[in-house]
Design a protein around this ligand. Structure first.
Ligand code: OAD
Length: 271
């Protein structure tokens, strides 16, 4: 019944906004941040994704990102990504609006064919200059070369017994003027790009149907979107393996794997 009621809303809504997190890419083989799979060597992924970690040990942070780039390069969009892209095509062909806000940096939504995507936390394929505090000192730009420098070749194995590579600074990724580069993603302790945040917020304010998929909903500002939408009386739905910080705000909850639920739920399994 809940499914039918939700699907009726999908037919009539004017602007559907979908927020995704790491869970949407889990079935593609990209590890999530929390729960099992969140560790790299002995570190939590979240300990290395900070400007402070980069200042202390840029070689270690680059090893970690080299590993992630290597891994994600081999991953393909799964049925959840493909269903969202097919649903966007269907909605936009009807002259309605669709916005996908993702916290993921893996690029798998674009690879699946999604078009109107807001990359809240940036892209794993971007690099930028780092200042002496490890903060961004230039606008991130794409560099898909892998590895980025010869010194990173084969570096970043996640096994806890792996010795740190301790790559000298001069052999780490640098721009053409010799400035040290860092990953162009948003780290803990950093603000989101204001233009990106404003695009996301506009969609959140305009949504008349909101779906959150595969996010634990603990990292702000994304974690606050669903309650903002729900507070306007707009129906919200969640697709997740388990309950999350968003569940209480959602009228519709669909528990299970996103790749199994979304194609049928969005009625795009035959598209
Ligand atoms: P988390 O790792 O915190 O949460 C993943 C969520 O996906 C959990 O709620 C799981 O239950 C759910 N999940 C796992 N597999 C799933 C599947 N196959 N189908 C459906 N749901 C599934 O990841 P995020 O919420 O994305 O930020 O994390 C938010 C942010 O915290 C990340 O973007 C990153 C991280 O620190 C930065 O790096 C700034």
């Amino acid at each position: 019944m809940a499914t039918q009621a939700f699907q009726a809303l999908l037919q009539t809504c004017k602007h559907v906004v979908v927020l995704t997190g790491a869970g949407v890419s889990a079935e593609s083989g990209v590890p999530t941040f929390r729960g099992s799979g969140g560790l790299w060597r002995t570190w939590n992924a979240t300990d290395l994704a900070t400007p402070g970690a980069f200042v202390r040990d840029p070689s270690l942070v680059w090893e970690f990102y080299n590993y992630r780039r290597e891994l994600v390069q081999r991953c393909r969009p799964n049925p959840a990504h493909l269903a969202l892209a097919a649903f966007e095509r269907k909605v936009t062909e009807d002259g309605r609006r669709f916005t996908l806000i993702t916290q993921n940096i893996d690029g798998l939504h674009a690879a699946a064919g999604s078009r109107n995507v807001v990359l809240l936390h940036g892209s794993l394929w971007d690099v930028c200059r780092a200042d002496r505090h490890g903060m961004k000192a230039s606008k991130p730009c794409e560099n898909r070369k892998q590895p980025l420098v010869p010194a990173l070749e084969g570096k970043g194995a996640p096994d806890p017994a792996t010795m740190a590579a301790d790559i000298p600074r001069e052999a780490l990724p640098r721009d053409d003027k010799g400035h040290l580069l860092r990953p162009g993603v948003v780290w803990f302790g950093e603000n989101l790009d204001p233009d990106v945040l404003s695009r996301a917020q506009q969609a959140v304010d305009d949504a008349d149907l909101f779906i959150t998929v595969g996010t634990s909903s603990v990292v702000y500002p994304a974690a606050g979107f669903v309650s903002q939408v729900a507070a306007r009386g707009v129906p919200c739905a969640e697709v997740n393996l388990e309950s999350s910080g968003a569940t209480a705000s959602c009228k519709y909850t669909f528990q299970g794997r996103a790749g199994e639920i979304l194609p049928d739920l969005l009625e795009v399994s035959n598209v």
